[in-house]
Design a protein around this ligand. Structure first.
Ligand code: XMP
Length: 517
C-alpha cells in the first residue's frame, strides 16, 4: 500500500466529542492524520516511519478513576512530539508525577487564558486569549520536568510543556472554534514542533489512490451501487479512472427520488459508464411494500431491506464479482469507534448505498475513506464531475418516503415532487441555494380549508425546511427574507393545485432532526 503522505500525525482518541474536530483542524492545514481509539494502537501504527507527531484527545473520564483509559507508555519511547488535550494533558501529568484534582469549579465554555512563559506553541499569539474549556479535573501539582506556560482567569493551570522532551499539554480545546487562536496553536504544533513539511494535497491523493487501486484491484471486478449522491458518484468516477471496464454500476430507482432525478442520474452515468451502467426501475416493488405503512422506522427498514434484495438480485447477474465499492468517508469511520457507553442512542436507522449489502460475500473497497466531505467535493471537481451534481444538498437514502409523514402513495409523491422542485428552483434562481446546507419540502398528512377565487378549497399543507449546518449533526433553521418566503409560498399554491397552505419549519436540530421522519 502506497503512503498518502510522508509525514503523518497520529490522533489517539480517548472518547472526546471533539476528536473529529481535531482531525478536521489538522487536515485544514493540509497535514495528513489518522485517528485511532486508545485501545486500538498497534505496533504497526506506532512504528510507522511517517509518524511525525502524536495528539492525545480529551475524553469523558477522570484519570483518577481506576478503570479510566491509560496512557500507552510506548508513545513516550518514540521520541516524537506529543500534545495532550484536556484528558490527554491529565494523562501526561500523572505519568510524570504531577497531581490531578477534582475542580470544585468546573470550567465549561468560554474562558480566558494568560500566557505567562514563552512557548513555541504560543508563538505569535497574544498574551491573553479566549479559549474553550470543558473539564472537571485540573492539574493540582505540575509534573516533574514541566513548566507552566499559561493560567486561566480562574487561576487553573491551562498549559504545560517539557520542551526538551517535546511534550506539551493544553487544558483547553484548541480544536473548538471558540478557542480563537486554536488554529494557530495547532499549526505551531504541526509545523514548528513536529516540523511537518510534506503537505497532504488532493492532487497527490488522486494520483496515489489511482495507482494503489490499480495495483490492488488488478483484473478484479468491482460493483458499485449508485444513488446520484456525491459520495457514490465520486467513488464510481475514481474507480472508473483506475480500473475502467472492470467497474459495474447499478442504480436502483426506488421511485422516491425528486422530480426528473432518476432520468438525470441515468443520463450522466450512462454517458460515463456505457454498458457497465444499469438502472433498475423498482418503484412498483418499493411502493407495494410501503403500502399502508405509517411508522417512520418501519418505512426506513422496508426501504433498506428491499434495496438490498433488488441490488443483490441484479448483482448476481454479473459473474465473478470480487469487490463491492462503498462511499465511506473518514467521519463515518471516526464516528463508528465504539466507546465505553456502547453505541449512542439510535435516533433513526440510516439507509444509504454506502452502508448497504453487508451480507453479500464481496470484499469491500472504500476509496474515499481517508477524506472529509468537502475534500470529496474537491476531488469530484478534479475528476471533472458536473458541479451541479457535486454541490447538491444531501438527500437521504429513503428519499421522499421520509418527507411524506403517514402513508405513501403515488399521488402524494407526485405532489411533493412538484412542490419540492418549485422551492429548490426558486432557491437556485435567486442564488440562495448555496447559503443553505439542506432545503426540501415535506408533504403533511393534513388537509385544510382555503379559498381561491370565489371557491372553497380543501387541500394539502406542505412545510418547507431549510437549515444551515456543518455536518448535519446539529443544524439551525435558515432565516429567509419575508419576500422570499412569500414568493415561494405564492408560487407553490398557484402552481400545485393540490396544495393550499404552506408552512415554514422554525426548528433547529436539536431538538428537531433535519428530516421529519
Ligand atoms: P437527521 O434527519 O437525522 O438527518 O437530522 C441528518 C442528515 O442525514 C440525512 N439522512 C440520511 N442520509 N440515509 C442517508 O444517506 C438516511 O437514511 C438518512 N436519513 C437522514 C438527512 O437528509 C440529513 O442530511
Amino acid at each position: 500500500m502506497m503512503s498518502l503522505s510522508n509525514q503523518k500525525i497520529l490522533v489517539i482518541d480517548y472518547g472526546s466529542q471533539y476528536t473529529q474536530l481535531i482531525a478536521r483542524r489538522i487536515r485544514e492545514q493540509q497535514v495528513y492524520c489518522e485517528v485511532y481509539s486508545f485501545n486500538k494502537i498497534t505496533k504497526k501504527i506506532l512504528y510507522d516511519k511517517t509518524l511525525s507527531g502524536i495528539i492525545l484527545s480529551g475524553g469523558p473520564n477522570s484519570v483518577k478513576d481506576k478503570n479510566s483509559p491509560k496512557l500507552d507508555k510506548r508513545i513516550l519511547t518514540l521520541g516524537k512530539p506529543i500534545m495532550g488535550i484536556c484528558y490527554g494533558l491529565q494523562l501526561l501529568c500523572v505519568e510524570f508525577m504531577g497531581k490531578i484534582g477534582n475542580s470544585k469549579l468546573r470550567e465549561y465554555g468560554h474562558s480566558t487564558i494568560t500566557i505567562n512563559k514563552k512557548s513555541i506553541l504560543f508563538d505569535r499569539i497574544k498574551k491573553r486569549n479566549q479559549v474553550w474549556m470543558s473539564h472537571g479535573d485540573h492539574i493540582e501539582r505540575k509534573p516533574k520536568g514541566f513548566k507552566i506556560t499559561s493560567f486561566s482567569n480562574n487561576k487553573v493551570i491551562s498549559s504545560i510543556e517539557n520542551y526538551q522532551k517535546n511534550i506539551f499539554g493544553l487544558q483547553f480545546h484548541p480544536e473548538v472554534h471558540h478557542s480563537l487562536q486554536g488554529k494557530k496553536i495547532i499549526s505551531n504544533f504541526l509545523f514548528k514542533v513536529c516540523k511537518i513539511k510534506d503537505k497532504f494535497r488532493l492532487e497527490n491523493f488522486l494520483s496515489t489512490k489511482i495507482k494503489t487501486l490499480r495495483y490492488e484491484l488488478k483484473n478484479k471486478k468491482v460493483i458499485c451501487a449508485l444513488s446520484g449522491g456525491v459520495d457514490s458518484t465520486v467513488t464510481s468516477f475514481l474507480l472508473h479512472k483506475a480500473i475502467k471496464n472492470n467497474l459495474f454500476c447499478i442504480f436502483v430507482d426506488h421511485g422516491l427520488l425528486r422530480l426528473n432525478e432518476s432520468k438525470e442520474v441515468e443520463n450522466i452515468f450512462k454517458k460515463k459508464f456505457g454498458k457497465n451502467f444499469k438502472k433498475i426501475s423498482a418503484s412498483k416493488i418499493f411502493l407495494s411494500k410501503l403500502k399502508k405503512i405509517t411508522d417512520p422506522e418501519k418505512k426506513r427498514k422496508i426501504i433498506g431491506k428491499t434495496f438490498i434484495e433488488v441490488f443483490e438480485k441484479e448483482a448476481k447477474k454479473i459473474k465473478n464479482v470480487d469487490y463491492l465499492a462503498q462511499g465511506t468517508l473518514y467521519p463515518d469511520i471516526i464516528e463508528s469507534i465504539p466507546f465505553f457507553g456502547g453505541p449512542t442512542a439510535k435516533i433513526k436507522s440510516h439507509h444509504n448505498v454506502g452502508g448497504l449489502p453487508k451480507k453479500m460475500k464481496f470484499k469491500i473497497v472504500e476509496p474515499l475513506k481517508e477524506l472529509f466531505k468537502d475534500e470529496v467535493r474537491s476531488l469530484g471537481n478534479k475528476l471533472k464531475i458536473n458541479s451541479n451534481l457535486l454541490c447538491r444538498h444531501p438527500f437521504p437514502g429513503p428519499g421522499l418516503a421520509i418527507r411524506i409523514p403517514g402513508e405513501i402513495n403515488k399521488k402524494k409523491i407526485y405532489i411533493l415532487r412538484k412542490v419540492d422542485d418549485i422551492y429548490i428552483k426558486y432557491l437556485k434562481d435567486n442564488l440562495i441555494y448555496n447559503n443553505i446546507w439542506q432545503a426540501f419540502a415535506v408533504l403533511l398528512p393534513v388537509k385544510s380549508v382555503g379559498v381561491m377565487g370565489d371557491e372553497r378549497t380543501y387541500s394539502y399543507c406542505v412545510s418547507l425546511r431549510a437549515v444551515t449546518s456543518v455536518d448535519g449533526m446539529t443544524a439551525d433553521f435558515y432565516m429567509f427574507n419575508k419576500k422570499d418566503l412569500t414568493e415561494i409560498s405564492k408560487k407553490i399554491i398557484s402552481e400545485v393545485k393540490e396544495v393550499n397552505r404552506v408552512l415554514y419549519d422554525f426548528t433547529s436540530k436539536p431538538p428537531g432532526t433535519i428530516e421529519w421522519e
